[in-house]
Design a protein around this ligand. Structure first.
Ligand SMILES: Nc1ncnc2c1ncn2[C@@H]1O[C@H](COP(=O)(O)OP(=O)(O)O)[C@@H](O)[C@H]1O
Ligand SMILES: [Mg+2]
Length: 321
């Protein structure tokens, strides 16, 4: 499929910050975790990679971050080939891994400063202080990491990833098993980083997360990216709405004359739900209401709701199964 980026816009502004092409990964076990991935991440966006467990999210991130070798294909991060120019590519990237891995006996302060040093960056105590304060870790700065709770350890992982001021931040399942407070702190920080020009890629199997945070969403299933779309566009294109009618009198069954609408009747017979396509020429609502009236079914209230990204996601993955 021809890309749209051939428009005559200055390449400096349109060049993707991450360009993945023809990427595949077959593990030593012979398992093909990634088929052939082509993906471009735009500078400054929040991109959510959404997919069920085992889809290949961590594998893809691990390759981009230089932790796993691809079987085929290339990746450029901030203009650097992740294999030929590993150090420069890696320096552009901050990674908050899915699993907690920290040096248990170090203090928070030492470990975060050390992370910065690993990338050859000069000491910057004021910057590290700001990161720790933002993550509510400042009063724990002299605490050994092994003495911290799981949630606090995760905060340390985030601080470590940010210590060298990366242009790109990967968050692999950042809120899996995380408390509400950390989740909120994290999203606030992600938004602030985005405002500062950092590109953020997060993986999740929680749809609400993608829905709340992302500018664009990529759906990955069984090692293949099956869709990449602006979040708003995705919702608009595939979004369905539900019309719920609360009946004045419960009914035991729906009249045959309304069969074409594919209505759902609640177990107690008190509610009828009609699902319609927001993009269709006609929603069918007028005809439905007429039909109900002719059948002598009266309602006392009605409401509509938009289907969530979750519904869209589930139906997409099902379609491919
Ligand atoms: N080191 C490995 N060796 C063999 N198979 C692996 C390895 N790492 C991951 N896999 C398999 O690859 C698939 C994708 O895993 P992963 O990338 O972790 O998915 P996700 O992060 O989307 O849950 C899974 O089936 C997993 O079991
Ligand atoms: Mg994973």
């Amino acid at each position: 499929m021809p890309s749209m980026s051939s428009a005559p816009i200055s390449p400096a502004t349109t060049e993707p910050i991450i360009a993945v092409s023809g990427l595949s990964k077959t593990y030593a076990t012979g398992f093909s975790a990634l088929k052939t991935i082509d993906l471009e991440i735009r500078r400054g966006e929040i991109f959510a990679l959404l997919g069920p467990n085992g889809a290949g999210k961590t594998t893809l991130i691990s390759i981009i971050c230089g932790l796993v070798r691809p079987s085929t294909g290339t990746v450029f991060a901030d203009g650097h080939d992740i294999i030929r120019d590993y150090r420069a590519a890696r320096a552009a990237i901050g990674l908050v891994p899915q699993e907690l891995t920290t040096d248990a006996f170090e203090t928070v302060w030492a470990t975060v400063n050390f992370s910065r040093g690993l990338f050859g960056k000069p000491r910057a105590p004021a910057l590290v202080e700001r990161i720790l304060r933002e993550l509510s870790l400042w009063d724990k700065k002299d605490t050994q990491i092994r003495r911290l709770s799981g949630g606090m350890k995760r905060r340390v992982m985030i601080a470590k990833a940010l210590a060298h001021e990366p242009r790109i931040l990967f968050l692999d399942e950042p809120t899996a098993g995380v408390d509400v407070e950390l989740r909120q702190d994290m999203w606030q920080m992600v938004r602030r980083l985005r405002d500062e020009g950092v590109t953020i890629i997060l993986t999740t199997h929680y749809i609400e997360e993608a829905e709340e945070m992302a500018d664009r969403v990529g759906v990955i299933s069984k090692g293949e990216i099956i869709l990449v779309e602006e979040k708003a566009e995705l919702m608009r294109k595939l979004g369905k709405k539900e019309l719920t009618l609360q009946l004045q009198q419960p009914v035991s069954a729906l009249p045959e004359t309304l069969a074409e609408f594919g209505l759902r009747l609640s177990a107690d017979g008190g509610e009828i739900v009609y699902t319609y396509d927001t993009q269709a020429e006609r929603t069918g609502i007028t005809t439905l209401l007429q039909g109900l009236s002719e059948a002598g079914i009266r309602f006392r209230d009605l409401s509509t709701s938009q289907s969530s990204l979750e519904d869209i996601f589930v139906s997409l993955v099902k379609e491919r199964a």
